[in-house]
Design a protein around this ligand. Structure first.
Ligand code: ADP
Ligand code: MG
Length: 266
């Protein structure tokens, strides 16, 4: 009998949707991100926790190049964000190219940021038409479906000021989805809401998680994190102190600072 050839089993290589490597950013002498590494796989939900000022917003903002890193890089779908490499040298992308990249990433802010002079429907239609040059009629039809999905089919023609905070935030989520993003970033999406309106927004985000939307969510809602997160990341002073599945980071934190934070917010 001939010898059996030893073959290596090669794991399938899936590029994460988001790769953050050595992300470093200072404002003056204040080092806000200090070598952050983060991977987010397709269809997974990452929840970022951390004290106020730990760099959570700056991290999200650097993922869609609203902040420019001093060192390190971010890539989305394997493509560096905000920069390109030409003949071995790093160049900043043009404003136009950056806008095109940003259009693949949904961003939901604490403060909704809807266009006050546009109806709910037009809030959703604006960016896909302007940034992606998509057909207006097609985008409008898709926008109606998205508004149904977030429970606002009856508010299509309303203006933002006529809606509650929870409804406005659901519009903002639908607007982010209207870009057919590869990834949606949420920066404390319920922090500005009255307590009785938090649940309706979290319910929409849970639906997105169940549907396999790739998301990074900054929140202080620990029970929600436990429910939706595949990975919980604890950021402290611009560093990832620990990360892992929610049952590990939230129930058996390894780092005393994580435990102290959880006892404050939980
Ligand atoms: P978090 O979202 O975790 O509360 P941020 O990322 O907003 O933290 O901010 C981290 C630190 O960076 C804070 O000390 C904040 O004051 C500072 N910072 C954020 N943005 C700027 C800016 N544009 N200019 C100067 N300092 C900033
Ligand atoms: Mg913040």
């Amino acid at each position: 009998m001939s010898a059996v050839a030893v073959t290596e089993t090669v794991a399938p290589t899936t590029t994460p949707v988001v790769e953050v490597r050595g992300a470093t950013k200072s404002f003056g002498a204040n080092r806000v991100l200090d070598g952050v590494d983060l991977d987010v796989e397709a269809g997974k939900v990452t929840v970022v926790l951390g004290p106020s000022g730990s760099g959570k917003s700056t991290l999200l903002r650097s993922i869609n190049h609203l902040e420019k890193l001093d060192a390190g890089f971010v890539s989305v779908d394997g493509e560096p964000v905000g920069v390109k490499v030409v003949r071995g040298r790093l160049h900043e992308l043009s404003e136009r190219a950056i806008l095109r990249q940003r259009a693949r990433i949904g961003f939901v802010f604490q403060s909704f940021n809807l266009f006050p002079h546009l109806t709910v429907l037009e809030n959703l239609v604006e960016a896909p038409v302007a940034a992606l040059r998509r057909d207006r009629a097609e985008v409008r039809a898709e926008a109606r479906t998205l508004l149904e999905r977030v429970g606002l089919a009856d508010k299509v023609d309303a203006y933002p000021r006529q809606l509650s905070g929870g409804q406005q935030q659901r519009v903002a989520i639908a607007r982010a989805l209207a870009l057919r993003p590869r990834l949606v970033l949420f920066d404390e999406p319920t922090s500005a809401l009255d307590p009785e309106l938090v649940g309706e927004v979290l319910a929409v985000i849970k639906d997105l998680a169940a549907a396999g939307t790739t998301m990074i969510i900054v929140t202080h809602e620990i029970a929600f994190a436990r429910e939706v997160a595949d990975t919980v990341v604890f950021l402290d002073a611009g560093r990832v102190l620990e990360q892992g599945p929610p049952e590990q980071v939230l129930n058996r934190p390894r780092h005393p600072r994580t435990a102290a934070f959880l006892s404050r917010v939980g």
